[in-house]
Design a protein around this ligand. Structure first.
Ligand SMILES: [Zn+2]
Length: 188
């Protein structure tokens, strides 16, 4: 979907071992303009979900400069409590690539992965996750979150997945307000 060289460069930087070493972008609070580009797509996906009566979460999976999967939360649409944005995106990406090994991919999620999604990201062997809002933000919006930060799960579980939080965080947090303003917002 985005086979341009610029996108390749963005992923190249994100896919390097030095993800945590990138200087934080003072304006955006995340690893520079590279991450912003993909997070904006996750945000657009979340907004499509809000418009469809779903919960305000979106995720995209990027590999080699291409978005290979994008999904918003589909819990209400499918009556599947596990149909969070990240898990739905992982299912799409695995089907797209015909593999359970998503090494080399980075997932951009509008919200910090819950423990279920963080575990799924680990099992799928994604290289890294970049997120915007926090689990605490989702809990404040009324979601029945397990209050375990993704970083804690990674450290205690010994996962190699790299984590970068706070990407376009204000816009991602704003999704909760946009969702509340929608007619059919229901937390769970
Ligand atoms: Zn989740």
């Amino acid at each position: 979907m985005l086979p341009d060289n610029e996108a390749q460069g963005r992923l190249g930087a994100l896919g390097s071992p030095s993800l945590h070493e990138h200087k934080r972008d003072a304006q955006h609070g995340c690893a520079g303009a590279r991450a912003n580009h993909w997070m904006e797509q996750a945000i657009a996906t979340a907004r499509a979900g809000i418009a469809a009566g779903q919960s305000p979460f979106g995720a995209v999976i990027v590999a080699q400069g291409l978005v290979i999967a994008a999904s918003h939360n589909q819990v209400w649409a499918t009556l599947d409590p596990t149909a969070h944005a990240e898990i739905s995106a992982i299912r799409l990406a695995a089907a797209e690539r015909q593999t359970i090994d998503l090494s080399g991919c980075v997932i951009f999620s509008t919200c910090e992965p819950c423990p279920m999604c963080m575990a799924a990201i680990h099992w799928a062997r994604l290289d890294a996750v970049v997120f915007g809002a926090s689990i605490a933000d989702a809990a404040a919006a009324g979601f029945n979150e397990l209050r375990v930060p993704a970083q804690t799960l990674i450290e205690q579980g010994g996962s190699r997945v790299r984590l970068e939080g706070g990407c376009l965080a204000e816009i991602c947090r704003g999704l909760f307000s946009e969702w509340r303003a929608a007619a059919d917002s229901r937390a769970y």
